[in-house]
Ligand binder design. Structure first.
Ligand SMILES: CC/C=C\C/C=C\C/C=C\C/C=C\C/C=C\C/C=C\CC/C=C/C(=O)SCCNC(=O)CCNC(=O)[C@H](O)C(C)(C)COP(=O)(O)OP(=O)(O)OC[C@H]1O[C@@H](n2cnc3c(N)ncnc32)[C@H](O)[C@@H]1OP(=O)(O)O
Ligand SMILES: Cc1cc2nc3c(=O)[nH]c(=O)nc-3n(C[C@H](O)[C@H](O)[C@H](O)COP(=O)(O)OP(=O)(O)OC[C@H]3O[C@@H](n4cnc5c(N)ncnc54)[C@H](O)[C@@H]3O)c2cc1C
Length: 665
């Protein structure tokens, strides 16, 4: 706790119990406790220091990442941390590295696609870090189009081996995190060829480097693909390039849970949907949604605290200046982002539940919810990451000039976060997947097939296509049914419009291609409906703690009405609401901002972030921003000497030359 609390007055105006809000945010009292313990463990350990990160060279940064990963592992073993604790500890270390891919994709790929025997063999090695793994799918020539990958795995029945080969330059694996320098093994996705036939993409466990001296195995060419956007940020990760020259692996290193190749070379596909091959991506997409709320809440926490400290204008008569947080424009830019952080947190929890439920059904050979899992993970990943990336940049602007300093933490947060719009599926490509499923659902309505899950609202097509909002005052927009109806009608009408336009094209495929910009918007409308619905459902639950439910209710309304205001064109064009009702929604939004204002600092305190994790002089808990900014500036390597290096070579001769010229005049 800070000695001087410059934000004490702000904290005193909160109208709710912050400790209970921490529980609502984290999910349980236990979750608050564990997260708190792990965050403090990391913050108090000098090895995990990160304030100098943006000043390190790429090589120094990479070595620092290796050091932190090794130290984190040492602490996990020494303290006998549980899986939950270890995950949190790694999260608070807050530096992307090979371990993210080892635990986040390599292990899940083996769990999801390996047979029991394969899991038995490989997982214990991975769990103890006797091998380090990555996920090598994307190639130089293809990322989005997984079916277009070119690496081959040709079965050789003579030796009972697969021959892994990169036939072209574009088949080089390109991007996998941890591949460039750290991994000893990879799950490699390649075209399976046996008995002269190409059976498409399958996963294979391939050893890449010696377990003795880390040198690449014969036939394997490996390296890092080079520096990435921003200083520090994702440059701690060794995204890599990999080529195979006829590398042989035993047949049993093909991941054989979904399909098998027999000793004789026969291809056998189990009676399961082939899309299960994409299971690891589905798993990571749902975890990315949970991560979106973390990244967004960090940015918002910095911007809210700093906006409460920063004063500008309003004191002609010598009185106090205005806190920038009191400007209505600052509130209308910032509070929707605060509300979005909470909205993404709750929809992330729900998505995690959905993922677990679908996984259990898959175990029981029930594949009926696979499409729902794909649509929700793909769509929510796309919307939450796009909004979060834009929001971090908005928070930087909300912090004025100081937001542009590395010490604000925002440039690095943006640089590290923004590739989330691309990795694990480009957001446009993923939204088009949602749109395809929407079009399929609309086309099935005529046959009387009742849509289920998050598409169930489409079953009310007769009503939703013609309903008119009953809102007649600003307060009417506080009724969740009014919001729900408007969002459902907008999403359905946009989808039906697209379907009608597509049906007029020469073919379904051509229509889909021509109408894809509209389809993207329809997919976004559907996903926003899911986020709003899950927030409303959350607020309907019993939520303990003085004032907590009321605050969440206000944030839920802010989120919904902000989306309505921002996409007013959609709501008006589809005739769901009138221009007058749109204006009433905006009026209510202004009232809600006034309601949020006295609670704003406490609402970001509820995220319970340590100063170490926030990594921002502007977002400090104690609000003592100016001495920290001043002190931080002197730490820059440029300030190590008063006269800069290069003065004698470049500045002095220049100045002297000009002086000489002037003296001749
Ligand atoms: C310095 C530090 C400072 C601060 C730090 C601060 C903050 C850090 C904060 C946050 C960090 C954030 C997150 C970290 C967490 C994790 C990330 C870590 C690292 C990132 C690692 C990245 C890894 C990767 O990118 S791996 C590669 C991913 N690749 C892709 O996603 C490829 C995308 N393409 C596809 O998925 C497919 O090709 C496709 C687009 C879906 C098309 O597939 P296909 O051609 O086969 O299919 P069709 O379109 O024809 O569809 C056929 C059929 O299948 C259905 N389908 C498709 N996919 C699925 C599926 N997955 N599940 C189920 N069904 C599916 C489709 O609907 C069709 O169905 P119908 O036939 O019924 O129509
Ligand atoms: C930081 C980072 C980490 C990564 N880590 C890994 C990893 O660990 N393992 C791994 O295998 N891969 C990894 N990747 C690769 C990543 O998964 C791909 O880059 C991603 O899936 C996008 O594919 P792409 O690069 O082929 O983009 P492209 O598909 O080439 O996209 C280019 C443009 O084309 C558009 N486009 C493409 N197809 C369509 C379409 N059908 N309709 C309309 N527009 C379209 C896209 O919207 C985009 O604007 C990583 C990437 C990054 C940036």
């Amino acid at each position: 706790m800070a000695e001087v609390d410059h934000l004490a007055a702000e904290r005193a105006t909160a109208r709710f119990d912050v400790e209970e809000m921490k529980v609502a945010w984290a999910g349980s009292r236990h979750a608050v406790h564990v997260a708190d313990r792990m965050a403090r463990l990391v913050a108090s350990d000098p090895v995990f220091r990160k304030d100098n990160r943006t000043m390190l060279s790429r090589k120094e940064l990479f070595k620092d990442t290796l050091r932190k990963a090794a130290h984190a592992w040492k602490r996990i073993v020494e303290l006998r941390l549980t899986e939950e604790e270890a995950d949190l500890l790694r999260q608070y270390v807050d530096q992307p590295g090979y371990v993210d891919l080892h635990w986040g994709m390599f292990v899940p790929a083996i769990k999801g696609q390996g047979t029991e025997e394969q899991q038995h063999k490989w997982l214990p090695l991975a769990y103890k870090f006797q091998i380090i793994g990555c996920y090598a799918q994307t190639e130089l020539g293809h990322g989005s189009n997984v079916q277009g990958l070119e690496t081959t795995a040709t079965f050789d029945p003579k030796t009972d081996e697969f021959v892994i080969h990169s036939p072209t330059l574009t088949s080089s694996k390109w991007w996998p995190g941890g591949l460039g320098k750290a991994s000893t093994h990879a799950v490699v996705y390649a075209r399976l060829i046996t008995e002269g036939k190409d059976y498409g993409i399958h996963g294979f466990i391939v050893q890449l480097r010696s377990l003795e001296d880390h040198s690449p195995l014969p036939g394997v060419t490996l390296g890092d693909i080079g520096g990435k956007f921003g200083s520090g940020a994702y440059n701690s990760m060794d995204n890599g390039v990999l080529r195979f020259d006829h590398v042989r692996i035993p047949r049993d290193q093909m991941l054989m849970r979904l399909s098998q190749v027999t000793r004789e070379g026969k291809y056998v596909h189990s009676n399961v949907p082939k899309q299960l091959l994409y299971g690891t991506m589905v798993y990571v997409r749902q975890s990315i949604v949970a991560d979106a709320s973390k990244a967004l809440s960090r940015a918002v926490c910095i911007a809210v605290r700093y906006s409460a400290v920063r004063k500008q204008f309003g004191s002609q008569d010598g009185g106090p200046e205005t806190q920038v947080l009191n400007y209505k424009t600052q509130q209308s830019r910032l509070f929707p982002l605060l509300a979005s952080a909470y909205a993404f947190r709750f929809v992330g929890d729900w998505l995690n539940w959905l993922y677990t439920d679908v996984t259990q059904k898959l175990e029981a050979k029930d594949f009926s919810t696979l499409q729902e899992a794909h649509a929700c993970t793909a769509g929510l990943k796309a919307v939450t990451t796009s909004v979060t990336a834009d929001a971090i940049e908005e928070c930087r602007k909300l912090c004025g000039g100081h937001g542009y300093l590395n010490s604000s933490g925002l440039p690095e947060l943006f640089a590290v976060y923004v590739p989330a719009c691309t990795y694990e599926g480009d957001n446009v490509v993923l939204l088009l997947q949602v749109a395809r499923i929407l079009m399929k659902t609309v086309s099935q309505l005529a046959s009387g097939k009742q849509p289920v899950g998050t598409m169930a609202y489409m079953g009310k097509v007769q009503y939703l296509m013609q309903c008119k909002s009953a809102v007649s005052s600003a307060e009417d927009w506080l009724n969740p049914d009014a919001i729900q109806e408007a969002f459902e009608a907008r999403a359905l009408r946009m989808a039906v419009n697209c379907a009608q336009n597509i049906s007029q094209a020469a073919s379904q495929e051509e229509g889909f291609y021509e109408r894809s910009p509209d389809l993207l918007e329809a997919a976004v409308a559907h996903i926003q409906l899911i986020i709003v619905t899950k927030f409303i459902e959350k607020v309907h639950q019993e939520i303990p703690g003085h004032g907590v439910k009321e605050q969440l209710q206000a944030l839920c309304n802010v989120y919904a009405l902000y989306i309505l205001h921002k996409h007013l064109g959609d709501f008006l064009a589809t005739g769901c609401i009138t221009p007058r009702q749109g204006a009433l929604a905006n009026e209510q939004l202004g009232k809600l901002y006034a309601q949020v204002r006295p609670n704003a600092v406490a609402l970001v305190d509820a995220f319970n972030y340590t100063d170490h994790y926030l990594g921002s002089v502007l977002g400090r808990y104690d609000g003592d921003v100016y001495p920290a900014l001043y002190e931080e500036a002197w730490k820059d390597p440029l300030n190590e000497t008063v006269v800069p290096e290069g003065y004698h070579e470049y500045l002095r001769p220049l100045i002297k030359q000009q002086q000489l010229k002037l003296s001749r005049l």
